[in-house]
Design a protein around this ligand. Structure first.
Ligand SMILES: [Zn+2]
Length: 397
């Protein structure tokens, strides 16, 4: 018996009077960062990125596979582990998350929990042209074909390292098609890789969908058990763009983070698990040599914390932050991410967006070191916000 997926309207979206602040036109087809923590790149930034950046990016160390090992994922779908929340880092910002397999009101337990794949990229390069500078320096945890059956594919924005068309094309061609979720402005992109329109869900910030997956029962009967979760598109501070033309005028597609929250049967005594995927995000805008602790930070994360906190598991980016003048607006430093962890009221977090592609100028193995220091500095308990090996499956009760 195969599993079926339904996607319906979920919790009422936040009511906004008139156009939301992140819409750059009345139709909601152009977007902007509405935050005081945002700064547009100026001519000096553009000069830097065009003429200096590539020369300053580091080379991958020879022993990269020792420094950041890749393991074969264990996934841990079965036995007692089925009841746990599970997350496997595939590499870069790609995560495979399985929500706990919960019993229904009749006591029937599904064979597995609902599964979400975030920002999958299995390609060898994160660019349309395979230049050496855009090549992976560590492999993904497994081949795409080795991934377990997926229910929802969730995309944060259209940059090449997050929306990988070859990967999405293969996922869209699976006989049992997952549903795809992305922020506004990405429908054409999804449909052009072969996702049927009925399986495309393109959302604005604060909009939600309820995903119901009918999963065969563990007891071997012909019954199915629904695994249900709400998926909410939430704000972050970033941008979009796949071609130089995308730099003309306000962005045509939106960027987002996402919250996945279990929906449990009525009268359930357990509390639903909440997972936060930050996508690609900055936290503030600083100039080089500026005191980072001065100036505004992105308000989105406190808002997310108020609405959804505590977050059981957050997947947070810690790499691609230097030089700060250019990168701080769009990418968190480890300290920024430690502060995001606190703002969203996370209990646990796994680091991502480092160690796969050389996007920026910080030393390749610096993010985990700086994360440790940052956690100590801002008072995050040891072991609460960790870096894992690629492919390491983490389990949470
Ligand atoms: Zn990006």
């Amino acid at each position: 018996m195969s599993t079926s997926i339904r996607v319906i309207e979920a919790v009422k979206s936040v009511n906004v009077q008139g156009s939301p602040a992140h819409w750059a036109n009345e139709q909601g087809t152009r977007f902007k960062n509405p935050w005081t923590s945002w700064r547009e790149h100026d001519w000096r930034d553009m000069y830097y990125i065009l003429f200096k950046h590539n020369r300053l990016t580091p080379k991958a160390p020879e022993n990269m596979s020792t420094l950041l090992p890749t393991r074969k994922p264990t996934w841990n779908h079965e036995g007692d582990d089925a009841q746990k929340l599970k997350a496997t880092w595939i590499g870069h910002a790609s995560f495979f998350v399985e929500l706990p397999a919960r019993a229904n009101t009749e006591g029937r337990v599904p064979k597995r929990g609902a599964r979400i794949l975030f920002d999958p990229i299995f390609s060898t390069h994160c660019a349309p042209i395979k230049l050496a500078g855009t090549a992976r320096i560590t492999p993904p945890a497994c081949a795409l074909e080795e991934l377990p059956e997926v229910d929802a594919v969730v995309i944060s924005h259209n940059h090449y390292d997050h929306l990988d068309r070859p990967t999405l094309t293969k996922l869209a061609a699976l006989p049992r098609k997952p549903h795809f979720f992305a922020p506004l402005g990405n429908l054409a992109q999804l449909m052009s890789v072969g996702v049927p329109q009925d399986n495309c869900h393109v959302l604005d910030w604060w909009q939600s969908r309820r995903v119901e997956v009918d999963i065969p029962s563990q007891d071997g009967s012909d019954k199915t058990v629904p695994a249900v979760f709400d998926l909410t598109c939430t704000p972050n501070q970033h941008g979009e763009g796949r071609t130089p033309m995308d730099r003309m005028g306000y962005p045509k597609s939106l960027w987002a983070s996402w919250v996945a929250r279990e929906v449990l049967p009525d009268l359930s005594s357990t509390s639903p698990k909440t997972v936060y995927f930050a996508g690609d995000t900055g936290y503030r805008a600083v100039l080089d040599e500026q005191n980072e602790d001065e100036g505004p930070v992105c308000e989105a994360f406190k808002q997310i914390g108020e609405k959804f906190g505590p977050i059981d598991l957050a997947l947070l980016p810690i790499g691609a932050y230097a030089p700060r003048r250019f990168m701080s607006t769009v990418h968190c430093s480890p300290k920024d991410s430690a502060l995001v962890f606190k703002d969203i009221k996370a209990k646990r977090a796994i680091a991502m967006h480092w160690g796969a592609f050389i996007l920026t100028t910080e030393p390749i193995m610096e993010p985990p070191k700086k994360l440790k220091e940052a956690c100590e500095e801002v008072g995050i308990e040891e072991g609460a916000f960790i870096c894992t090996d690629i492919g390491q499956t983490m389990l949470y009760d």
